[in-house]
Write a protein that binds this ligand. Structure first.
Ligand code: COD
Ligand code: ZN
Ligand code: ZN
Length: 375
């Protein structure tokens, strides 16, 4: 029986307040309004940014349904929706692409002005929520909210993908993989034969490694304080790995020595100020490019020697790997299906949705790269 136009009662993981476990609750999901899409979530990854809200590092309105790295099937569409239809396989997009704003119209820009990443209002574009639980409105997360059996998103926050795509894998294209891979390919524009350094070998850092390799880098140096991360980094394309704790001198000096003056491209994929500066200083003067991929810690400021920039290094950053989301996500899925890059090595755990808190524990303990939840 069709559920279109009706309120759906289903299970969702609600975070009522920070520093508490997520609570699996019965929620009501209202039908999509005009230019909105209701999606049945099939798989969702757990990303570090979800945990930043749980830990309180990222301030967000509560209660909220987190999750932003997922894949699912369209259940119903609101009035005026033309780009997806019920039954389509889709990936929700935490960076929308309205196609009309100044950023969308700029050839290089991807952080569409309709995003909720900067304001963190926790509502859809019309300013309201489609979720209620125990009589209370529940906030959306980055226009996606995927830790729920059903969610509602704006039409410009969803991309239709290949009907044959394996959702339990391509869900990673919704955040972690694309963020890392695009940081190498699109943001840094890594060149064939170049030397790269990747600071932080978590799921996003490993995806940067995959991007550097795909772009033809000759040397890819992984940097991490956890040597257990090195084997997988090498499997994915790192040519060597270094642990800053094995050296007396700062890691930037080690990298400059190893490379005869500095790397062509460096990436900070940790989210720390000291490693952001170290990554910049690891670049060769005159032309080195350093990309900030890690989410900066809130309310902290950098002080650094501007001579690093004056001498010809470039410091840049981007959300979601610089990809224009609706244009790029379907192509990334096709590229995965054409075996242009792997996703399997990034998926270390698969858990039923009911065990979502175990998935968060694995992430916090550094035991998982990505846990994929099955609904
Ligand atoms: N030096 C070297 N390595 C370090 C250090 C250090 N001082 N401290 C930690 N590390 C290593 C850890 O051992 C770990 O291996 C790695 O850094 C970090 O990995 P994870 O698993 O914690 O995190 P990831 O790979 O999932 O990455 C998440 C980021 C930390 C990069 C996070 O900021 C992020 O998800 N950024 C994506 C940016 C984005 O677009 N976000 C919007 C929605 S997610
Ligand atoms: Zn994420
Ligand atoms: Zn836009």
């Amino acid at each position: 029986m069709s559920t279109a136009g009706q309120v759906i009662r289903c299970r969702a993981a609600v975070l009522w307040e920070p520093k508490k476990p997520l609570s699996i609750e019965e929620v009501e999901v209202a039908p999509p309004k005009a230019l909105e899409v209701r999606i049945k979530i099939v798989n969702s990854g757990i990303c570090r940014s979800d945990d930043h809200v749980v830990s309180g590092t990222l301030k967000f309105p509560f209660p909220v349904i987190l999750g932003h790295e997922a894949a699912g099937i369209v259940e119903s569409i609101g009035e005026g929706v033309t780009t997806v239809k019920p039954g389509d396989k889709v990936i929700p997009l935490f960076t929308p692409q309205c196609g009309k704003c100044r950023v969308c119209k700029h050839p290089e820009g991807n952080l569409c002005l309709k995003n909720d990443i900067e304001a963190l209002n926790g509502v859809l574009q019309d300013g309201t929520s489609r979720f209620t639980c125990r009589g209370q409105a529940i906030h959306h997360f980055l226009g996606t909210s995927t830790f729920t059996e059903f969610t509602v998103v704006d039409e410009d926050s969803v991309a239709r993908i290949d009907a044959a795509a394996p959702l339990e894998k391509v869900c990673l294209i919704g955040c972690g993989f694309s963020t890392g891979y695009g940081s190498a390919i699109r943001v840094a524009k890594v060149t064939p034969g170049s030397t790269c350094a990747v600071f932080g070998l978590g799921g996003v850092g490993l995806s940067v490694v995959v991007g550097c390799r795909a772009a033809g880098a000759a040397r890819i140096i992984g940097v991490d304080i956890n040597k257990d991360k090195f084997a997988k980094a090498k499997e994915l394309g790192a040519t060597e790995c270094v642990n800053p704790r094995d050296f007396e001198k700062p890691i930037q000096e080690v990298l400059v020595e190893m490379t005869g003056g500095g790397v062509d491209f460096s990436f900070e994929v940790i989210g720390r100020l000291d490693t952001m500066e170290a990554a910049l200083a690891s670049c060769h003067m005159g032309y080195g490019v350093s990309v900030v991929v890690g989410v900066p810690p809130g309310a902290q400021k950098l002080t650094f020697d501007p001579i690093l920039l004056f001498n010809g290094r470039t410091w840049k950053g981007a959300v979601f790997g610089g990809w224009k989301s609706r244009d790029s996500v379907p192509k990334l899925v096709s590229d995965f299906m054409a075996k242009k890059f792997p996703l399997d090595p990034l998926i270390t755990h698969v858990l039923p949705f009911s065990q979502i808190n175990e998935g968060f524990d694995l992430l916090r303990a550094g035991k998982s790269i990505r846990t994929v939840l099955t609904f």
